[in-house]
Design a protein around this ligand. Structure first.
Ligand code: AMP
Ligand code: ZN
Length: 504
């Protein structure tokens, strides 16, 4: 099967071949952990998860790495060098003012003046949300989630290499990348040097203009001993620029040239343009990632998501029922965020969420009916099975999810004379969609307010089985009630008690 993806670098749909025949090396820009991740962030992350899962079911091993930006970066990093306020500092201020989009769990951040505690808290919250939403990179190999603060030495080593190779220079306590040293600068985004005036928005101070060789030169390191997160360096105590971490972590984890690099569309410039300049400058190669893939932005009810419009939702807001007035099952939110094509602006609506809930319910019920008929025993199928083949062919066309879902729903509605075979096909499909049941369903949190209050659903189901085996009906009833009160449907199956979370 030929796989085609749209490559931002070439502005065209290209045939995808990994560098190594069997393994795909893929890097995704992850979250900045100074607040809870919002549903737009998760659209970008789940888009990467979908690519990864599709490639796996198509037979590739995928080495997928994502970073966590836990270094404090400046709010105006995208438009100027080190301008604005440090994002961690903003987080601290807002935490103190009680203005975070979701309240941090009481007492979870002992000292809101410690940026490391803030980053650790929101990293944990992000990983918990990511697991609930089935993001494989977040729960399969923890070593593939890389923390920027653990790579400062490697960043300094790359900065040193870039200086030695004539791609960077130190001026007045700042190390800059010299964009003129890299003729390919601008190829990804179209922001070539003749088009880039000052920085990316003209907001460069006189002082910067005086020290930079070219107004678009960007910061690799800034000496600033007063900065809240700072490290020693040959250029003075300070902190790294925003872009260097991804070049460093991708190279360290995946090598000099990788297959796929993902992010949201806002990262094309300057972030990914600068990553290419840094990595190629340091390796001497003319390529960093063969495929650059970007998800378009998520809109809410047709508008840009913004706090002032009141249409801004974190994943926890949705799961906890802020948009709908009812708790939403993570599988429903996952389905909603992956169901439209990644290169179309996605419009998140309450109606769409309700449609996703009914779609997920159909998938879960189909799965349950097959489980009951087969006792959970699946036959063996491969990708040549006609249903699986058409499902994967749709996805191989630049991740055409609606085409793929257009194969799944008519199929599940049809006859299934061989439930063992159908279960096997469904399991493969569900490895990509991951909604029925979703893997992180085990231990799924009922209270979305904090990490400490999770209901151990599977443990309770097993305890209920034990109580029944002992004929302790009142104990079994108590457990059933606990689950039901928490919004679970409880039923018997050939494999024992099963608790299914009520959907949206
Ligand atoms: P950040 O935490 O701001 O660094 O963003 C993490 C990821 O989310 C990046 O890949 C962004 O491009 C992406 N992102 C941010 N806002 C949206 C949005 N509204 N829709 C889709 N992706 C987004
Ligand atoms: Zn990045």
């Amino acid at each position: 099967m030929e796989i085609r993806f749209y490559n931002t670098l070439s502005h065209s749909v290209e045939l995808f071949h990994p560098i190594d025949a069997n393994e795909v090396r893929m890097y995704s820009c992850g979250p900045t952990v100074y607040d809870y991740a919002h549903i737009g962030n998760f659209r970008s992350f789940l888009f990467a998860d979908l690519i990864r899962r599709f490639l796996e079911v198509s037979g590739y091993r995928v080495h997928h790495v994502m970073n966590i930006t836990d270094v404090g970066h400046m709010t105006e990093d995208a438009v100027a060098d080190g301008g604005g306020e440090d994002k961690m500092q903003v987080a601290m201020r807002k935490l103190k003012e009680g203005k975070k989009s979701g309240k941090a769990q009481e007492g979870a951040i002992e000292n809101p003046d410690d940026p490391y505690q803030i980053a650790a808290y929101f990293t944990k919250a992000f990983l918990a949300d990511a697991k609930r939403l089935g993001m494989k990179v977040a729960f399969e190999h923890p070593q593939n989630v890389l923390h920027a603060t653990a790579y400062i030495d490697e960043m300094l080593a790359m900065i040193r290499d870039l200086i030695e190779r004539g791609h960077a220079y130190a001026a007045q306590g700042v190390v800059y990348y010299s964009v003129e040293s890299f003729p390919e600068y601008g190829k990804l985004s179209g922001n070539t040097l003749d088009k880039v005036q000052a920085g990316s928005g003209g907001r460069v101070s006189e002082e910067e203009l005086a020290t930079k060789r070219h107004p678009a030169d960007f910061m690799l390191w800034k000496a600033d001993p007063r900065h809240i997160m700072k490290w020693d360096s040959p250029y003075g105590q300070g902190y790294p620029g925003w872009h260097i971490e991804c070049s460093v972590m991708a190279r360290k984890a995946l090598g000099d040239v990788i297959d796929i690099h993902t992010g949201g569309e806002d990262l094309i410039f300057p972030h990914h343009e600068c990553e290419i300049a840094q990595t190629c400058g340091a390796t001497g190669n003319d390529r960093f990632a063969n495929f650059w893939m970007h998800a378009r932005f998520l809109m809410v009810e047709g508008e840009k998501m913004s706090k002032s419009k009141g249409n801004f939702f974190t994943a926890r807001d949705i799961l906890g029922g802020k948009a709908t007035g009812r708790a939403v099952h993570p599988a429903v939110l996952r389905f909603e965020l992956i169901k439209s094509h990644y290169r179309a602006n996605m419009n998140f609506t309450v109606k769409g969420l309700a449609d996703s809930a009914s779609a997920v319910r159909k998938l879960i019920e189909f799965r349950q009916s097959l489980d009951e008929k087969t006792g959970g025993e699946a036959a063996t199928v491969d990708a040549s099975h006609p249903v699986l083949k058409t499902f994967l062919e749709a996805l191989s066309d630049d991740l055409n999810v609606s085409g793929a879902l257009g194969v799944v729903f008519p199929w599940i509605a049809g006859d299934h004379p061989d439930p063992h075979e159908s279960l096997a096909v469904f399991q493969e499909i569900n490895c990509v969609l991951s909604v029925a049941p979703i893997e992180p369903f085990e231990g799924d949190a009922i209270s979305l307010e904090g990490e400490g209050e999770e209901l151990p659903v599977n443990d309770l189901c097993r305890q209920m089985d034990d109580a029944r085996a002992r004929k302790d009906w009142s104990a079994a009833d108590t457990i059933r009630k606990t689950l039901q009160d928490a919004g679970y449907e409880v039923r018997n199956s050939p494999n024992g008690t099963v608790a299914t979370r009520q959907l949206a």
